[in-house]
Design a protein around this ligand. Sequence first.
Ligand code: FES
Length: 375
Amino acid sequence: MNAAVTSSHPVGPPLWLLFELTYRCPLQCVFCYNPIDFAKVENELTTEEWLRVLREARALGSVQLGLSGGEPLVRDDVEEIAAEAHRLGYYTNLITSGVGLSRERLTELKRVGLDHIQLSFQDSTREMNDFLSHTKTFELKKRCADWIKSQGYPMVVNCVIHRLNIDHLDTIIDMAVRMGADYLELANTQYYSWAHLNREHLLPSREQLQKAEQTMLAWRERMKGKMKIFFVVPDYYEQRPKKCVNGWGTTLATIAPDGTALPCHTARMLPGLSFPNVREQGMKEIWFQSEAFNKFRGFGWMKEPCASCEEREKDFGGCRCQAYLLAHDSAAADPVCSKSPQHHVVVTALEEAQRPRVPEAPLIFRRRENSTRLS
Ligand code: FES
């Protein structure tokens, strides 16, 4: 067997494959996790190239495919990719803002076997939804929700939560109930990429968060058996880091629009790592042999306090991208962890978030010209 072995853990297959089909997106969300320098990424994979990667990954053992972006529906081959994925036996999930969806496309996606659609909203009010995404998309999203439901898909609504909309949680949940959502994911912002740039605007106060949690728990009780509500807590408020991407190189392979293969969505910003490209290497070689996928596998790369921590198997030292963003060292303990020597960075950000204030710096929208300027 060709599998690399890290510590005592043999490397399994990339069970979850994420295709970021494009970084093009009509929305300009201030919390987008796409790379700041997305404008530099050109030369998207062709349909044939995506299909080849699908087959290679399936042969390795991948079982679940996410189709995201940018906005994946700006490409006109989503149907073709979903069809091939279905034929190969993947469980397929489309992650969309709804822009680019039509009744006709939805009918075709259903016909070719797409399993699941996740529709994002920015808020329950038209004003905030359209402001945060810098587009007039609120009404369109509501129409998309109706179409998705009428095709018999489970209705999965996602809303990214932060300081500017967390006080609307009650009406956000109410909106999801009215739309007939089966699942509602309230994902507190994780501070990478554009959200990291805008963190001062987006990080909620503890009081806001506690109130939101109570609201969510009351709704969860009320909607028991009718709608599932997931609430992802912002990790800055935790004492231990998350097991990011279920452990580097254990489960997830992300393919960026230009074919760069990444162990997580934001890894391409990490310095000193060169990432393989599916145009040059096969998925098997990339997954098992590449330096990038092996770099933070297992425990051998860890420094103290992670190296001797009895919880290291639980969280793998947390998130490598967050360690780089906050401690400027991608091999450090994730500063979210209270044992991290850099934990004070998170504490300071939280102290700031408790003060009522309007940040001096303006919000930065995920726009092409901002990407070019900031790259
Ligand atoms: Fe990159 Fe967590 S987001 S390792």
